[in-house]
Design a protein around this ligand. Sequence first.
Ligand SMILES: [Zn+2]
Length: 96
Amino acid sequence: MNQRKNPITPLQRVLELLPDVRPSRIGYVALCPAHDDNRASLSIGEGNDGRVLLHCFAGCHVADIVAATGLEMRDLFPRTRNRSPRRGGKHHGPHA
Ligand SMILES: [Zn+2]
């Protein structure tokens, strides 16, 4: 497996944890893990910036849904790389 080159997106990660995921027009639907769902009330989409959009038609809060999957809110967002960019690539020569 070569997952380092192609890390899964937040969406894929969430989908893996949700029960009974099915594709829908707007993205996916699944059984909502935050309430006793039997009709796929949870819709899952992906925002333009790669974040996961969750909406439960029964009115569950996103935080509750996320908690029920074992993830955290920040897991819905793609990792930003520009937090502490380490650049120091220019010092490669041997220094005396
Ligand atoms: Zn729900």
